[in-house]
Structure formats: C-alpha cells, structure tokens
Ligand binder design. Structure first.
Ligand code: PLP
Length: 423
C-alpha cells in the first residue's frame, strides 16, 4: 500500500480499514474457491479516472459525448475476450455474474417461460432458478440435480425431465461441482427440445482459458462468466454468444446487447471494463497457462491428502480447482468447521452437500479451492502443510494452545508468499 497517500489524508477511517484488510489477506490463507488475488496492473486500471464518465450504449453508438477513448477500451476488451475464448460475440458490460445471467433470461425468455438449471444444493447457482431468486420469481424454473450414488450430474434423468417440461432455456454452471461438465451431452439434450443452452463458467473460466478444463464454446449457444474467480480479474462479468448460438438465432447478439442495455443496466463501469481487458491480456499468456495447470495440480494434491486422512470427498476427488468435503464422519458441521478454521486464519466456506440432511445455514460440508493460494505461489509442499493444519485444528477443536500455535504457523507460511496486489 504505497499509493494511498491522498486517502490517508482525506479519510483515515477507510484508509485504516483497507490497511487492516490488506494485512489480513497477506497473513491468512484464502481457500474459498470463488476467490483470487488480482494483479497490481488490474488494480491500477480499476482505480483509474475511467470511473468518471457515463458511456451508455456500445462503442460508436453512445448517448454521451467525449467517449472516443472509452470506445477504444471497450473494443479492446471485446477483442481480447473473443480471441481468448474463441467466440464471435461478447458483451463486457454486465456489472457482475448474477446480472449477466439475468440478461440471458431477459434476452431469451418471456415471463413464466419454463427454464432448467442445476439445483443450488446440488452445486448450482442461485441465479439458475433457485426459489428465492429473480430467476424463479419471473420464470418457471425446473431444477435438475446429481445422482444420489455417484454425486455426478444425472444426465439421463435430466434428459427425461427436459423432454417432459420442454424448457426454453437450459443453464449449466456450478459453484460446488468438483468434476468436468459434459458439454456435448448437455448440447444433445438442449437440441432435442430446441432450447437455448447457456454455460455459466464463472468458476472455471480461468481453467478454460488455460486449457485445463474442456471449453463449452463448441457446444453451447451462450456463455456467461464472472471475471473475478479463476480468471483473476476485477469483479465483473461477460456474456458471449458462440457460432452455434448465432446459427440458432442470428439476432441473439443483438438480443443480449439490448437486454444488458437498456434492458437492465444504465451506464457501464468502464474502469471495470478496462481492468477486465487487462486481466484478459494476462490470461492469454503462457504464465497464465502454467498458473491454470498448477491450480488443478494443487487441488488434486489437496484432495488426495484429505482422502489419506479419512475425509469423505464428494465424488472422491476433483478434476478442477475445488473440492467438497462431507464432514459427517468427522462429527463436525460445515459451519463449525468454517468458524473454527477462521480463528486460525484459514478461510474455507461451509457448503451444502448433495442430499444434505442439514439446513443451508448449517450444512454438512465445506468447500475448498486452490485459485488464490496458487496465485500466491504455493505448491505441493504448502498444500500438504495446509491439510495438516486443517486436520489438526478440526481434531483438537477445544485445545486453545493448538489453535493459537496453528494461527502463528499459518501466518508465518503466508508471509513467505507476498500477494501480487501489494506493492
Ligand atoms: C459466482 C457465480 C455467479 C454470480 O456471480 P456474482 O458476481 O456473485 O453475481 C453466477 N454463476 C455462477 C456459476 C457462479 O459461480
């Protein structure tokens, strides 16, 4: 934090809080799989004067004057996204992942149309039709899930369901699913009922960019993604339309654009869009490919170390950046584990497991991932150490001496791996 001099003068309270949070991030382990540490370059773009202007509309079709450089920025962000994900169309304006999904619903469905999405307790996202979300209030969502034995998506059952309910839109995307998704199979199902198929790759976008996770682009019509998870950019989102999407509906790009603006949003956040452009440039490098590979490698070590210690992993392992642990056999709930680990500076999150007997406020599982610690430079050796820390704390949950000493060890380890955004 060297460049916050003005802030320190103007608002000491916020300055101090940011400083405390910076120290916390540096001294604690971030294992929440939807999080990451972004680069200094991304932070600089995000903190720029680009926050000043309104730029409603799209490049060369704006409602305000003085936007020639904003046009250059948005066009560059679009170009980089199209090249990285190999798509013919992208909208980079959605404020975040949920508004991006909202725009897809708005563009493809009318109120009360039937849609399908992966159920939240089975690893899906709120915005794919969960009952409290807009996607359930304004549309008619049917939820599919995983198989009770394998915890893998039950494609056969989903196909039957799709044949029965004939959805207008099928969303595929997950927040707590540790395995690859079979895009081709989803496409066959969507095609058989003539539905739009949208892949929400929020969690795995960085892995797809790094070629360590199969890309949905050849098989779906629409792709939404956040930019702040494995992609390691600023908070934000994008909506892409694929070649298949344009073949199905040549108006789809225009429908998406109109849904974002003027349908749902006003002025785009161009400082965010500039930071997305920077993150896309970073994500197209060989270093980023190495990063993606290491995220998965680290996660496989995380999984096998927990399995060795008798932990029960949903699907017995992982193909991606996260694992989901069922803590039932360890006699501790997800919430208790989360709170206990937070005390020692290890941040994980409580998470429902499929067919959970406990309520979402106190579910049976925890979800852990490797994107943030891999960015910091941690490798197999540290992962093994982290698993030991976690196991030791969970086993000795009432031993304050162990809790205190583990906290110190975690801090010591973290300080050896400086965060990229703290210069
Ligand atoms: C994180 C996530 C979102 C939502 O993103 P926000 O930026 O939090 O609104 C949507 N879908 C999936 C699959 C996600 O993982």
């Amino acid at each position: 934090m060297t460049n916050f001099k003005e802030l320190q003068q103007t608002d000491r309270e916020i300055y101090d809080i940011i400083k405390n949070e910076t120290r916390r991030q540096q001294e604690e382990l971030e294992l929440i799989p939807s999080e990451n540490h972004t680069s200094q370059a991304v932070l600089e773009a995000l903190g720029s004067i680009l926050t000043d202007k309104y730029s409603e509309g799209y490049p060369k079709k704006r409602y305000y004057a003085g936007l020639r450089f904003y046009d250059e920025i948005e066009t560059l962000a679009q170009k980089r996204a199209k090249e990285l994900f190999k798509v013919p169309f992208v909208n980079v304006q959605p404020y975040s992942g949920s508004p991006a999904n909202q725009a897809v619903y708005f563009a493809t469905c009318k109120p009360k149309d039937v849609t399908m999405g992966l159920s939240l307790p089975h690893g899906g996202h709120l915005s794919h039709g969960w009952k409290v979300n807009f996607s359930a209030r304004f549309y008619n969502p049917i939820q599919y899930g995983v198989n009770k034995k394998t915890n893998l998506i039950d494609y056969d059952k989903m196909e039957e369901l799709a044949q029965k309910v004939k959805p207008k839109l099928i969303c595929v995307g997950a927040t707590a699913y540790p395995r690859f998704l079979d895009w081709e199979r989803f496409y066959k199902i969507a095609k058989s009922v003539n539905a739009y198929l949208c892949a929400d790759i929020a969690h795995i976008a960085g892995l797809i960019a790094a070629d360590v996770h199969p890309s949905p682009v050849p098989f779906v019509h629409i792709v939404t993604t956040t930019t702040h998870k494995t992609l390691r950019g600023p908070r934000g989102a994008m909506i892409m339309v694929t070649k298949k999407g344009i073949e199905k509906d040549s108006d789809l790009p225009e429908k998406i654009n109109r849904a974002v603006f003027p349908g749902l949003q006003g002025g785009p956040h161009q400082h965010q869009i500039a930071a997305i452009a920077v993150c896309l440039k970073e994500a197209s490098t060989n270093e980023f490919k190495e990063y993606g590979k290491q995220v998965v490698k680290n996660c496989k070590v995380l999984a096998s170390e927990f399995i060795k210690l008798g932990y029960d992993l949903i699907t017995n392992g992982t193909d991606n950046h996260l694992i989901l642990i069922d803590l039932t056999n360890k006699n501790i709930s997800g919430k208790e584990a989360q709170d206990l680990l937070e005390k020692v500076g290890i941040n994980v999150n409580k998470n429902a497991i499929p067919f959970d007997q406990n309520p979402p406020s106190n579910p049976s599982g925890i979800r852990l991932g490797t994107p943030a610690i891999t960015t910091q430079g941690m490798r197999e050796k540290e992962i093994k150490q982290i698993v030991k820390f976690i196991d030791n704390v969970l086993k000795n949950r009432n031993n304050n001496a162990i809790i205190e000493s583990t906290k110190q060890e975690v801090k010591k380890m973290c300080l050896n791996f400086p965060l990229p955004g703290i210069k």
